[in-house]
Every structure is written in C-alpha cells, then in structure tokens.
Design a protein around this ligand. Sequence first.
Ligand SMILES: NC(=O)c1ccc[n+]([C@@H]2O[C@H](COP(=O)([O-])OP(=O)(O)OC[C@H]3O[C@@H](n4cnc5c(N)ncnc54)[C@H](OP(=O)(O)O)[C@@H]3O)[C@@H](O)[C@H]2O)c1
Length: 278
Amino acid sequence: MLPQTRLGKTDIQISRLGLGTVKLGRNQSVKYPQAFDLPDDATARELLDCARDLGINLLDTAPAYGQSEERLGYLLRGERKNWVICTKAGEEFNHDYDGEGASNFDFAPDSLRLSVERSLRRLRTDYLDIVLIHSDGNDSHLIHHHQVLHTLAKLKQEGWIRAFGMSVKTLEGGLVCAREADVVMATFDSEKDDDRLLMETWNTHTTGVLLKKIFNSGHLLKPEARNKWINAIIEQQMKVIFAQNAVNSAIIGTLNCQHLRDNVQCALLGLAENSKLA
Ligand SMILES: NC(=O)c1ccc[n+]([C@@H]2O[C@H](COP(=O)([O-])OP(=O)(O)OC[C@H]3O[C@@H](n4cnc5c(N)ncnc54)[C@H](OP(=O)(O)O)[C@@H]3O)[C@@H](O)[C@H]2O)c1
C-alpha cells in the first residue's frame, strides 16, 4: 500500500502518488504520444477501484480536462469523503467537431468564483480539497495584476475550499506561492538550477508540493521500449523525485490499472531509497 503524507502545512493527508484524470475527460489537443478513446463508465470505475486498492486517495482534475469533473462527480457518488480532490480554475477547454478543441483563459475574480461554484456542482460536493490556478504561463501577472491567490484565499475563508495554490510555470510564480499559497503544482527537472532552487524554497516554507507530468506526458516512456526498460526508467524517476523532501505527491495520468500498479511499486522503491539516504 502506498503511504500517505501531510500536504504542506494543511490538515489534508494525501497518498504519495495521485491519479491525474485528463484521460477520463479529454482526448483532443493533448500532448500524449498516442491517441486514445475516453473510457466508458465501467472502465473508469475499475481504474478508480484499482487506485483506491493501491492506497491512492488523491485525484487531480480541472475544468480544462473536458468531462473529467462531471464524470468524477458521477463515479464518486457515495464515496466523496474517501478521496482528496484537486481541481483548478482559470482555464476552460471547449471540444469541437473537427477534433481540435481550444482553451480559453479567464482569471477575473468573478470568473474564478463561478468556476469554483461550477466545479462544486459538477463534482457533486459541497467542498473542494484543493483548488489551483490553472496558469497560462504568466504566473507573476496573474498573481500581481489579477490577484488570483487573493480570490482563492477568500473562497477558502468562506469554507468552499480547504487549500489553494497555483499550477506554476515559472520560477517567480513558484517563489511567490511559497509565501502566499498552501500548495504548488509544478514539473521538476533535477538538471535545472531554477527547479532545484524552487525545491529548496518550498522545503524551507513547508509549502504543499504536487508534481505533474513526471513522465513528460508519456514521452519519457517510449512506447517501443521493452517493459523491463520502462520499469527501470520509472524506478529511476521515482528515486529522483522522492529524493526531494519538499515533494508530497506526484500526479500521474493513466487509464491502465497495470501501469498504476507498476508506478506504485516503483514509488515504494523510490521512497525506500530516500528513507535510507535521510
Ligand atoms: N496543472 C497543469 O497545468 C497540468 C498540466 C499537465 C498535467 N497535469 C496533471 O498532471 C497529470 C499527469 O500529467 P500527464 O498525464 O500529462 O503526464 P504523465 O503523468 O507524465 O504521463 C502520462 C502518460 O504516461 C503513460 N503511463 C503512465 N504510467 C505508465 C506506465 N507505468 N507504463 C507505461 N506508460 C505509462 C500514460 O499512458 P497509459 O494511459 O497508457 O498508462 C500516459 O499517456 C495529469 O493527468 C493532470 O492531472 C496538470
């Protein structure tokens, strides 16, 4: 079973891996190496059962992930309290009939509030555990001009959300979130100075840290590689990310239960290696 940890300074306990749910709701204009069909309800249900049985309690969704929120709301009926749900605000995705689809961004305070209200309805819940600003890349501008963190802080004060933050794309955004947010979601590349600096800062501030795209949306795991090499790559990646004390959880997108099992197995090895080093 995957262990849990406290998310930063919040009172939220999350599993060390989370399940990303882009693939439950959107298959247009995505960055995965292979095209895929959205799973039917029975397959999605099996995936959630598999995640739960492996000890995963963290689900990551967003309005920008097409039908993901709505489908989770339906699938999680009666079991809401067993899950920690992270969703986002600021980006929308509209499917279209030529298979492309496009994102729109709106970070005005009223729009963020309406987005959170809609997420509550779609997810059939009266609270959201984590809400992140779905950055368009201009993290500093969103924080300083649109006051996006302030808007989410008010929604937290009102009791609609338990923790807030931003899915960041820049060093500046990550540094501000360390001071002003509960949680940050980011990619991590151990070769990059900026990423190492952010990890140190988040560790010092005890910011909640969620990693996204740890397999570079699947491109790190070349489809043509043989299975044993794929697991070696995954294990190495888990060792690298869990060597970072700041990291609370890594969100991995998959539709495949065996892949979930492999990821959990490799995460356990990465966590064990890290505890040996500590
Ligand atoms: N906030 C943001 O701006 C943002 C941006 C991107 C992503 N995210 C979040 O982060 C999550 C993860 O990102 P991601 O889904 O883009 O990429 P990812 O987790 O790096 O990679 C997912 C891809 O890897 C494959 N995969 C996973 N485990 C595997 C295994 N054991 N063996 C072989 N293939 C495996 C999956 O295919 P299979 O389905 O075949 O397993 C999927 O195509 C997303 O789902 C989303 O929740 C957030």
